[in-house]
Design a protein around this ligand. Sequence first.
Ligand SMILES: Cc1cc2nc3c(=O)[nH]c(=O)nc-3n(C[C@H](O)[C@H](O)[C@H](O)COP(=O)(O)OP(=O)(O)OC[C@H]3O[C@@H](n4cnc5c(N)ncnc54)[C@H](O)[C@@H]3O)c2cc1C
Length: 495
Amino acid sequence: MARVSTKTVDVVLVGGGIMSATLSALIKDLEPTWSVALLESQGEVATESSNAWNNAGTGHAALCELNYMPEGQDGSLNADKAIGINEQYTLSRQWWAHQVKAGKLKNPKTFINTIPHLTFVEGEANVDYLRRRYEILKNEPLFADMEYSEDPDQIAGWAPLLIDRRDKSQKIAATRSISGTDVNFGEITRQLVDNLAAEGGEVFLNSRVKKVKRTTDGNWELTVADASGAKKTTLRAKFVFVGAGGGALALLQSAGIPEISGFGGFPISGKFLRCTNPEVIKQHRAKVYGKAKVGAPPMSVPHLDTRIIDGKESLLFGPYAGFSPNFLKNGSYLDLFKSIRAHNLGPMLKVGLTQWSLEKYLLGELLASRQKQIETLRDYFPAADADDWEMITAGQRVQVMKKDPNKGGILQFGTEIVSSQDGTIAGLLGASPGASTAVHAMLDVLKRCFPNEFNGKWQSAIQKQASVYGANINSSAEKTEAVLAETAAVLGLER
Ligand SMILES: Cc1cc2nc3c(=O)[nH]c(=O)nc-3n(C[C@H](O)[C@H](O)[C@H](O)COP(=O)(O)OP(=O)(O)OC[C@H]3O[C@@H](n4cnc5c(N)ncnc54)[C@H](O)[C@@H]3O)c2cc1C
């Protein structure tokens, strides 16, 4: 490994995924003179969740994902969460466009492409829900291009595989947003990390952070091992961001900050069926999301997805869930066991004893035969030929479990920023909506850890590259139109 320096750097970023890469670019823009080092355990960046083959590449904007606008127990619908997610994704688009204009991200086609986002449902109750959801969202500026149809011919025009050989007696409906996107988060990560190195940041590969410890002068000391795990060295930093994905919990625990007390993690592996028949791949150009089965967790929502990776279109269906106790694909089978502490045992047990629907779902997934998996695919693509599909393993998601004053312990499916009270260390736990909202999450880290700079001298720079941050743009049709039009032009997206 390149030798880790012995001096104290201003900022250390642990992990080379989309989160650290985004934070590195933000910091280098705001404080070009700060020394920044990034430490990645693998021989290259973006090998875990941010890698294109390890996630679904959906630019999550709540255009097609029903879990961002669930039906209340009384049948009511509220668009707030869907609008919030879309605003966060619009911020990412705006920031990526800024990076393209600044020459820091190159050739947008390599990392973002227009792929229509569809929602497809079957059955009277689901059709009624989708229609009501559409009636609300079509009036919101960020969702203005959404179309709705119950006509099989029109839906076949949008996505023929959904209708081919479908039982004509089925009641179906779909919405379509033609401005949806497919994103290669791994490519964004690689370009931003290359840029960090070009701007004088230090990038250390094959450098696994083993421990993070506070020093007597209030800084942090990181113990770093090389690829063999044997040769150890140390690095000191004034500010540490733990962007280690599934490895973040262990490192925040080692830092001993009280804020990590009560947090645990539960790993769920994602798997996808990948189509191997070019003739079939050609017939579908959309991301089609359905409705999760009753009791199934939000990340299990089935989707039939066009992906664009390295300029080539592919077709995936999933996710199916698997279980492995490691917190990273390149992790250890002991990860789950080693994460247990006296302070998180209670919340973890409580979650284990109350999350029956998740456990039932997981067990069902683990026991599902290949035949059963193909049947699920045929709910979306009735004419699917089993021989055209192979199973691939995607990334590990570590769901957050945490203490709850009322329930003892809760499981949550979103992301959570954990930071020390003095703002010298922060990390990100959890997986969803994930990479799509990286810019929002990393601005939140900066706001929390550097409040004086954030609200003072950084204001104008942040405004220039991320005016959407906290601006509630959906409340203005003009502002929404201006941002969407500008980002589409810079990123080469269709509208
Ligand atoms: C199956 C699946 C589907 C998904 N689909 C989507 C989607 O469609 N859209 C979306 O927006 N998001 C999606 N996500 C979520 C998204 O992929 C993640 O939220 C995001 O990639 C996390 O980025 P990260 O930088 O935090 O972590 P990662 O990309 O996992 O990066 C962490 C890095 O830290 C390194 N590391 C770990 N431990 C150490 C250590 N001790 N020392 C040094 N380095 C270390 C790892 O090697 C890795 O490179 C999906 C995730 C999964 C698993």
